[in-house]
Design a protein around this ligand. Structure first.
Ligand code: ADP
Ligand code: MG
Ligand code: ZN
Length: 487
């Protein structure tokens, strides 16, 4: 049924900026580490009469850098606007935001969508600066309020309605998070609420170009909530059209527990907010030279890093893409490289194979890996030096994830060192041959394929520690000798 319809999705992303002070006052912006509620506050961010806001230059710089990374144009004139509404977490009774003259417009990104990773271009409509609200805590029949977050710089990134699948939404959201992290302006820690999504969704008959009535799902604070809510809402709207109904333009919330979208209110319109230019702040003139200086100071971004990984390390495109999709993973990879004898391709395949498998299994991020890059480097050195086998290395890595211990320590404590001396291996090989006379017989009669099976028996007898190269050599010479003695 879904092929009859096409989903149309635009995202609004709110990202707190990691500046030292708040957007319009000198209070510290890092509310997560405040000693107690309502300590990072002053007359400006609590909206006392007679105070005046001052624009935070660092927030502007970070915002411009994000906009440049998203290929936006920075108009020379930038105007703050008052967005008027009442809510207890909004001390002034209005939010200073931007409306008609935002910080940046007309950008785009290209993101790999779905399993095939087909690159898809998604246009960015605008990027603007505003301030975060205070935090409300509801306790039984009373509510508490903490103003430490009020006035923290918030960057809003608004896409065009260019996404047509949940996969595209996820790829776009992950890309934006990654860019923010590469720029060091946002930690991307969604559990702490520093990055929040709103999805605008409509569905239309496949092949049509019209923009139908949309709904907006507020406050999606994880990729899981974003994708589940989007998928649910697409299905809900299709079902409405299928039964001959009409989708209402409204604002929805996502009920995490029951996995349904719920109506919060009918959609508010721009005119409800009575936007007007903020009289307490002068229009900002953004000089081209300043923008160019900020552009020149941009750090390496995901696309460039991916390209460098391909060219400098000879990695396949798919591997380079996986490694650079998360800054922390790419950093880890590049921290391992100079400390190991293993080649970049070997390190890459270990990281994409075993390393990522453990992260997925344990549901942890790179930051939570309990051992430093040096430990992985040394593990690969043990393999390169043939101190341990590949099979053992996988075993050791598992233990490193469990205990965080260094590989040499694990190898020694558990006696995992590779058996690579003839004196130890030869008797084991003799034993395997003696215990399997029929197999040896069939080998001598020309069934060479059983050689591998015999190798496996030796590996088993040593619990994977036998050096495969030496084992092969010794086994071969032993069988050759038997064959000769038959002639
Ligand atoms: P508002 O400011 O009222 O939220 P905007 O026109 O600025 O509305 O759009 C907000 C978001 O909604 C943008 O990301 C835009 O791409 C998206 N959007 C607009 N129209 C549609 C539609 N018909 N279907 C899906 N998304 C839409
Ligand atoms: Mg909106
Ligand atoms: Zn303040």
């Amino acid at each position: 049924m879904e092929q009859k319809y096409e989903a149309v999705i635009g995202l609004e992303i709110h990202a707190e900026l990691q500046t030292r002070s708040k957007m319009f006052c000198a209070c510290p912006a890092d509310y997560a580490h405040a000693e107690s509620p309502n300590t990072h506050i002053c007359p400006i961010c609590t909206g006392q009469p007679g105070t005046l806001p001052v624009v935070n230059r660092a927030a502007l710089e970070q915002g411009i850098q994000v906009a440049l990374a998203l290929h936006c144009t920075i108009p020379p004139l930038n105007i703050f606007a008052r967005k008027n509404y009442y809510y207890p977490d909004l001390p002034k009774g209005y939010q200073i935001s931007q409306y008609e003259m935002p910080l940046a417009v007309n950008g785009w990104v290209e993101v790999p969508v779905g399993k095939e990773g087909t690159l898809q271009r998604i246009r960015i409509r605008r990027v603007h600066l505003e301030e975060d609200t205070a935090k409300l805590f509801h306790q039984g029949d009373r509510s508490l309020i903490d103003f430490n977050r009020a006035g923290v710089p918030l960057l809003e990134i608004v896409s065009e309605p260019d996404m047509h699948s949940v996969d595209a939404v996820l790829a776009y959201a992950m890309h934006i998070r990654n860019v923010l992290r590469y720029l060091g302006v946002n930690s991307g820690d969604m559990q702490k609420g520093v990055l929040r999504f709103e999805a605008n969704i409509s569905v239309r008959p496949a092949g049509s170009q019209e923009l139908r009535t949309r709904t907006e799902i507020k406050n999606l604070n994880s990729f899981r909530a974003l994708t589940r809510a989007t998928a649910y809402e697409i299905r809900r709207q299709i079902a409405i059209y299928e039964s001959g109904g009409q989708v209402l333009q409204e604002t929805l919330g996502w009920d995490e527990e029951h996995e349904v979208t719920l109506s919060q209110r009918s959609k508010e319109h721009a005119h409800d907010y009575r936007y007007f230019p903020e009289p307490d702040l002068p229009p900002l003139q953004i000089e081209a030279a300043w923008v160019e200086a900020l552009r020149a100071a941009l750090p390496e971004l995901p696309e460039a890093r991916r390209q460098r990984f391909i060219e400098a390390y000879g990695l396949p495109v798919a591997e380079a893409r996986i490694l650079t999709a998360e800054k922390s993973l790419a950093d880890y990879f590049e921290a391992v490289l100079p400390q190991t004898q293993a080649s970049p391709r070997e390190v890459s395949s270990w990281m994409i194979g075993e390393f990522l498998r453990h992260l997925n299994e344990r549901q942890i991020e790179v930051e939570a890996v309990p051992f430093p890059p040096q430990a992985l480097a040394e593990l690969l050195n043990l393999v390169a030096q043939r101190t341990i086998t590949m099979a053992t290395a996988k075993e050791v890595l598992r233990e490193m994830f469990e205990s965080g211990a260094m590989p040499q320590v694990i190898v020694e404590a558990r006696g995992l060192a590779q058996i690579a001396d003839e004196a130890t291996l030869m008797p084991l090989i003799e034993q395997v041959l003696q215990e399997n006379p029929q197999v040896v017989e069939s080998y001598l009669n020309g069934k060479e394929s059983v050689f591998q099976w015999l190798m496996g028996q030796v590996a088993r007898a040593t619990r994977g520690k036998a050096d495969p190269q030496l084992t092969r050599q010794l086994l071969q010479s032993r069988l050759d000798a038997l064959r000769r003695s038959r002639l």
